[in-house]
Design a protein around this ligand. Structure first.
Ligand code: ADP
Ligand code: MG
Length: 340
């Protein structure tokens, strides 16, 4: 649906993008995450050629946008909607007027504009506020206007650059739910830029991790959360799923270990998917005769599947412990033997 081939973006001496290749599938919510300055905004702005890349090609629906000239480029851009972190609404226009603008620019007849804007405001739940001005509505409501405006020309692709970064967590959830809804209802492909793993976790199907102008890691969201390969990805996942054990838990583990006759190991388990941890743990007890203490844990959900981590203090014969770790790894659980 959206294909980026060898995208390079230089601003004078700054190399913001250093060769990006991405293939975004039709109908998916594709997340791009990275720390500030990684090149996310540069990347998303090349998709609709708000920034023309220094090198590389942008294909949308098979059409090479970089080869188009006005007015065909303007026409192609209409199939790409965009929402912004700071909403970019016109303060002199009402809610209705802001959503109407792209339709007016596209030369749609006034009656049709009115009808379409009415539908769009119903969709985003803002019909009662149609005559308010941006200064008279909340941040979340402004972003709903931004989304309605982005959808006005019935785009095939929606670009979102930090659309929820200026919003509180609860409003963020409701805006992300709205993006997910339009993605499902209209089969709209969504490219979602964010610096928050929480956002990726809630709505993305796949994710690319951008670091210093390069994609350093890419994959299904569950895969990336459970098996992050790069340090930058691990640190982003850490924002959502803290890896460090609380001090009180470490103290408790030390106490448990020091009083014990049998040697113990602290196992950190990361799991995802249907096969949740409990049957596996009881199997470890049965098959390897281990003694287990769950000392810490958290379970979350991604794409409706359980996802989480456990810290387990395991005691038993050295060979049994090693066999148990192998057993867990074979079952797809990521295991680290931790030191406390
Ligand atoms: N218009 C510009 N002129 C010069 N440098 C820019 C411009 N836009 C972005 N940059 C630089 O490019 C790099 C990537 O910026 P950006 O794409 O905004 O990253 P992000 O959105 O991930 O924070 C940064 O070093 C930034 O300072
Ligand atoms: Mg940015």
């Amino acid at each position: 649906m959206v294909e980026l081939q060898g995208i390079v973006q230089h601003y004078g001496g700054v190399q913001a993008l250093r060769g990006i290749d991405l293939a975004i599938r039709p109908g998916e919510v594709y997340g791009v995450i990275g720390r500030s300055g990684a090149g996310k905004s540069s990347l998303v702005r090349t998709i609709n050629l708000l920034n023309r890349p220094t090198a590389g090609r942008v294909l949308v629906d098979g059409q090479d946008l970089t080869a188009l000239r006005e007015p065909r480029l303007r026409e192609a851009r209409r199939s790409i909607g965009m929402v912004f972190q700071h909403f970019n609404l016109l303060s002199s226009r009402t809610v209705h007027g802001n959503v109407a603008l792209p339709l007016e620019l596209a030369g749609i007849a006034p009656l049709e504009v009115k009808r379409r804007v009415g539908e769009l405001l119903d969709l985003v739940g803002l019909a009662p506020l149609r005559d308010r001005y941006p200064a008279q509505i909340s941040g979340g409501q402004k972003q709903r206007v931004g989304i309605a405006r982005a959808l006005a020309n019935r785009p095939r692709v929606l670009l979102s650059d930090e659309a929820t970064s200026a919003l509180d967590p609860e409003t963020t959830r409701s805006i992300l739910a709205l993006l997910r809804q339009v993605n499902r209802d209209f089969g709209l492909t969504v490219v979602l830029i964010t610096h928050q793993m929480q956002v990726i976790k809630q709505v993305a199907d796949r994710v690319a991790v951008l670091d210093a102008g390069r994609v350093v890691e890419e994959g299904g969201v569950i895969q990336v959360f459970t098996h992050p390969r790069e340090a930058v990805t691990r640190s982003l996942v850490e924002d959502v799923v803290p890896q460090a054990l609380p001090e009180s838990v470490v103290a408790r583990i030390r106490a448990l270990m020091s009083g014990a006759a049998t040697p113990g190991q602290l196992l950190r388990l990361a799991f995802a998917g249907e096969g949740s941890d409990q049957p596996l743990l009881s199997e470890l007890v049965r098959r390897y005769g281990l003694d287990l203490n769950i000392v810490h844990g958290q379970v979350d959900e991604i794409q409706g599947r359980p996802f989480g981590s456990l810290a387990v203090l395991a005691r038993g014969a050295r060979e049994s412990l090693a066999a148990a770790v192998d057993h867990l790894r074979l079952a797809g659980v990521r295991v680290e033997v931790a030191h406390v």
